[in-house]
Design a protein around this ligand. Structure first.
Ligand code: TYD
Ligand code: MG
Length: 459
């Protein structure tokens, strides 16, 4: 028997080292090295393209035929959009996300649609038994055609089944449960995950099978983060959202066949994931009318403008240290904006608690949120509301100046589409707006150069 030796791998990026290190030299992450067994004789990897023909496999670029049919439509338009128009034949796609976010549900729904379209799909689950998958399928409903299930986790066996059955689309749920005989380390370790992905990559490219790999992301734990495989796959999608909030966002982080600016919005309900066709309307559901401390803003999720409500509550404090909290917005940013308001607008927040909340459970990191936070704080502080259809966006600097943000015209259009016709926006952006918006008699724009100007719009 060959002697087993060990090596150290970075859990974040998969960097290999002979000795333990505190910091990974490749990705600079701290304390991520784990020891794993490796075989001393590494197996020679099979070439990815096994169909090498004459001329060494050289083809001329002009002779490669690309047809639109190469895209398989999933029947879920939000997913198609994120994938760049549909599934690519022979593409390897990683779907990452926290446990319980809905990865298995989304892909099972996709399988159902593909099967109903008479496509051959195979759902491989190393986590759940066939019965558990059936229970989920019953919950989802609408299965007109059968799909093939495979509840096992031995990599070599699964590859053999795929090679024999040649399905069009394969789901691997999840990569962390796959075990290869070629590697001695535990399931979910860096070398296992990497080995399994390599094998699926080869099968995908050789037979033109589209493979979706599910990967869990854990904050701190034993399983290798899917970041290790990001560079191996064609497309990386992340499914994010709060477990409590019922909406979910599917985001393309890497896409060799499409834009990474696209997002898909879903909501989780009793019969699976439902597409949210109009996220702005969804986010503003239940917004109070004409209440102090509530302002609507428009943020950009990739190339998509989404309207959200920013709420602030400023009230007299009962503590010696006033409380400040921010939910959905950056806490430090809120503190900074309050300091700027104190200095530039002369507002005394020192005796006040302040709470800022992005309604609907979205987390927004964009600087364009600044003006809306300032407006909401001001409105709550003065206990006066804005005219009902006000929307505000723009970045604020330390001197109180309001700076331009990207995608201004798109934001204004989305606002107008949803009936928000009083728009507070940076002066610098206003100048570059197309004439058709500037001259629109329905839209009333308040260009602001400094946060002091915002007060004038309060009723
Ligand atoms: P799941 O897809 O198993 O998550 P993941 O594979 O990402 O770990 O399901 C996530 C959650 O969704 C689970 O807590 C139950 C819930 N859910 C519904 O609310 N409605 C449904 O129809 C289904 C199938 C699941
Ligand atoms: Mg799952």
């Amino acid at each position: 028997m060959a002697k087993k030796i060990t090596a150290f791998f970075c859990r974040e990026c998969g960097h290999e080292s002979a000795k333990w290190m505190g910091q990974c030299p490749a990705c600079r992450a701290w304390n991520t090295f784990v020891e794993e067994k490796i075989s001393p004789v590494t197996q020679k990897a099979k070439p990815v393209n096994a169909l090498i023909q004459e001329n060494g496999g050289i083809t001329r670029l002009s002779e490669v035929i690309v047809t639109d049919e190469d895209r398989i439509h999933t029947g879920i338009s939000e997913l198609d959009r994120v994938l760049g128009g549909g599934i690519i034949r022979g593409g390897l796609c990683l779907v990452g996300g926290d446990p319980g976010i809905g990865k298995s549900t989304l892909l099972l729904q996709m399988c159902r649609n593909l099967a109903n379209d008479n496509r051959k799909v195979l759902y491989v689950s190393g986590e759940e038994s066939a019965m558990q998958i059936k229970m989920r399928a019953d919950r989802l409903g609408g299965f007109r055609n059968d799909i093939d299930l495979l509840a096992r986790n031995d990599l070599e066996g699964i590859i053999a089944v795929i090679e024999e059955n040649r399905p069009e689309v394969v789901i691997i749920d999840s990569i962390q449960t796959m075990m290869s005989e070629a590697s001695d380390s535990a399931a979910g370790s860096v070398s296992q995950v990497r080995e399994a992905t390599q094998s699926f990559l080869r099968v995908a490219k050789v037979y033109g099978i589209s493979i979706f790999i599910i990967g869990h992301v854990t904050k701190e734990g034993v399983v290798a983060g899917p970041r290790v495989l990001e560079h191996m796959v064609d497309t990386v999608l992340y499914f994010e959202g709060d477990n409590q909030a019922c909406y979910r966002i599917l985001r393309a982080v890497k896409n060799r066949f499409g834009s990474t600016n696209e997002i898909g919005v879903f909501s989780m309900n009793s019969s699976g994931l439902e597409e949210v066709v109009n996220p702005s309307e969804y986010m503003l559901n239940g917004k109070p009318e004409k209440e102090p401390g509530s302002v609507v803003t428009c943020c950009m999720e990739g190339s998509r403008p989404i309207l959200v409500e920013v709420q602030a509550l400023v009230c007299q404090t009962n503590f010696s240290m006033p409380r400040r909290t921010a939910v959905g917005a950056d806490y430090n940013r809120v503190n900074l904006l309050m300091a700027v308001m104190e200095k530039r607008m002369g507002i005394q927040f020192s005796g006040c608690d302040a709470y800022v909340n992005i309604a609907g459970g979205m987390k927004i990191n964009e600087p364009s949120l600044d003006v809306a936070i300032v407006a909401a704080l001001l409105s709550s502080y003065k206990n006066r509301s804005f005219t009902s259809k006000v929307l505000a966006f723009g970045e604020t600097g330390l001197t109180g100046e309001v700076r331009a943000v990207s995608g201004a015209a798109q934001r204004v259009r989305e606002a107008v589409k949803l009936g928000y016709d009083h728009i507070i926006m940076p002066l610098a952006n206003f100048r570059t707006l197309p004439d058709e918006i500037k001259n629109d008699p329905q839209v009333c724009i308040f260009p602001v150069a400094n946060i002091r100007d915002i007060g004038e719009v309060v009723q």
